[in-house]
Structure formats: C-alpha cells, structure tokens
Design a binder for this molecule. Structure first.
Ligand code: SF4
Length: 327
C-alpha cells in the first residue's frame, strides 16, 4: 500500500422504489440499499467490507464496477470520475471474482474458453497469443495445459474458484472486487484460496475490495476494514486498530462471533442478537438501535454520521459525540 488513492467513493446511494404488486405503479416505499457511503481504497491494499447478508455490500460492489447505476454520489478511479462515458475505458482495469464457483462458470465452455473470454472481448490477440498469455497464469494457479480442455463439472469447487480467479487476472487489472469468494467452499479449501489471493497481490500489486459476512475471513485478508450495516458504513479502520480498539457496538458484536478455539479465554464482548431490520422499514435514528445494548435517547431521533474519532479510525455512533464518548 503506497497511500495513493485508487478508488474514491463520495456520498454513494442506491435507492430502489418498491411497488405494492406486480401490476401496481403505486410506490409502497423506498429501499435504501446503499445510503450515503464514502470511503477511499488505496493502491495495493485490501479493504475488507463486512456486514450481514442484505446490508448492501453486493449492491455497493456492483455500482463500483459499473454493473449498476447509483442514485446519487460519485466514484473516482485513479482520480477520474466514473460515468457512462469513462466506464468502458476503465472496465479492463476492474474485475470481479464471484461468490459461487458453480454458477459463475458457463458449463458449456471449456476452461480455455472461460479464461480467454476477457481477452476475446477486450483485445485483438490471435488464438496463439491468447494461449501464450493464459498459460503462465493457469500454471501458477495449479493447472496443467491439459486441464484447459476440461469443462467446469470436471473440477472441484476450489479448482473452479481458481478458474474464476484466472479469468479475473487475465487482463492484468489494477482493482479486483472479491465478492464472498470463499463462502461456498469447504473450510479446508478456504485458506488455500485466501492465501492465493495474497500471493497474487504481492506479485502483481493488485488492489482488492474483499467482501464477506465472515469476520475471521476478513481478518485474515484485509489491511483495513469497513463495517457496513443497513446500507451505511458504521466503522472503518486499519485491521489491527479495529480489533484492538473496537468502537462501534455492531463491530464488537461481529468480532464476538469469531469462534475462539481456547475455552480458557474469555472476552466481555456480546454476540449479535436479533435480525437485520427490513430495509423497507428501518428504525428511526441509528439503524442499529433495536439491537444495541448501549442505545440512548438520542439514538432514536438522530442518525449518527461517520466521523474520524482517532487518526484513520472512523465510526458512526453517538457514544463518540463529544463528551458522550466517555460513556
Ligand atoms: Fe448504539 Fe446509539 Fe451507537 Fe447506534 S448510535 S450504535 S444505538 S449507541
């Protein structure tokens, strides 16, 4: 990580109008899937993005990579604003590794066609040149040249995810969004794939946004961590700082959910209770207040804003409003 901003996100929102029924044009309400998110991703780092299912992580990632338009806000890539005009120019610099290695690969395509596909779309390389480009990469990922003729069903889950990784890396991108890339894999395979991501990052200098609902996975891969709840970032800090000096009650609950293998170790952190509220009908004030053991009167009337509480450590919680931070 060299301190140069690669991605800059400012006030990004994605709101969906929800209708009463299939034929109705009467809007029942608005789902604020992403609601005013701002952050920076620095070149060469891994920013982990954690939150429960339905908190807006995937919607956010789809906007970043240009698969979905934002309702409001701006995204900058290498200092250039991403819009309809610029997205095609930068598309090859941004790639995605998907969650499910079973459905993200076309079963009718052999491995060679799958990995070469981005080259077919974005370059004019000959067939031989494409093969020359992909061979070192697939070999580095543990495949032989003969494997290129095989189809997805002939590979294990871990191998399929490595094919997805090869496809994401083949154009030499600067930025990769990893959307829950190990959650569909056996635990024994997860560590191999996570280590592979790190190895490729060290070698190629790529920048990751790594999305997961699993705090132990995020802890393993991230340099900094952003915690998302109901469409908002509620805490953002360097990994070590986030774990040693956790500020937000929601982050504390997520950290409590990491199993501790030693029964002699006790922590005062309480695991998360209750469910994520409906984004169609979120609580007033702080979106976390119905599950928060520290909620105060102000929490029901005022939405806490993300503020820098310590250098590089941001939190959105009224516990840290001026002197209220002492309680
Ligand atoms: Fe809990 Fe209030 Fe902080 Fe929200 S703002 S996390 S309800 S203390």
């Amino acid at each position: 990580m060299n301190g140069e901003a690669l991605i800059d996100v400012r006030g990004l929102k994605k709101h969906f109008a929800v209708n009463r029924g299939f034929l109705s044009h009467h809007a029942e309400g608005t789902v604020k899937a992403v609601d005013g998110v701002s952050f920076t991703i620095y070149r060469g780092e891994t920013l982990g993005l954690i939150g429960e299912s339905g908190c807006g992580k995937s919607t956010l990632s789809r906007m970043l990579i240009g698969l979905s338009e934002s309702t409001e806000g701006e995204i900058f890539f290498r200092g250039r604003k991403v819009d309809k005009r610029t997205i095609n120019e930068i598309r090859t610099s941004m790639q995605m590794v998907f969650q499910d290695p079973y459905s993200s690969l076309d079963p009718r395509m052999c491995m060679r066609r799958i990995v070469e596909e981005p080259l077919r779309i974005h370059t004019h390389l000959s067939r031989a040149e494409k093969l020359e480009r992909i061979l070192p990469l697939v070999k580095q990922l543990g495949f032989s040249e003969d494997d290129l003729k095989k189809y997805p069903h002939e590979f294990s889950g871990g191998q399929r995810q490595r094919i997805g990784i090869a496809r994401a890396f083949v154009l030499g991108p600067e930025f990769i969004i990893c959307d829950e890339p190990v959650s569909a894999l056996d635990v024994s395979i997860q560590a191999q794939i996570l280590n592979l991501f790190r190895e490729l990052q060290r070698e190629k200098g790529v920048t990751y946004l790594f999305i997961s609902h699993d705090m132990s996975v995020i802890k393993h891969v991230s340099d900094r961590i952003a915690v998302m709840y109901l469409g908002r970032i509620v805490e953002l800090a360097g990994k070590n700082e986030l774990f040693s000096d956790t500020l937000h009650p929601y982050t504390k609950a997520l950290i409590s959910s990491i199993p501790i293998p030693d029964p002699r170790i006790h922590t005062d952190m309480k695991p998360l209770e209750g469910e994520l509220p409906s984004p169609l009908n979120p609580p007033s004030g702080c979106p976390f207040r119905l599950r928060c053991g520290k909620a105060m009167d102000i929490c029901s009337s005022s939405v806490p804003q993300l503020r820098e509480i310590r250098k590089g450590h941001y939190a959105a919680c009224h516990l840290f409003d001026g002197d209220a931070g002492l309680c």
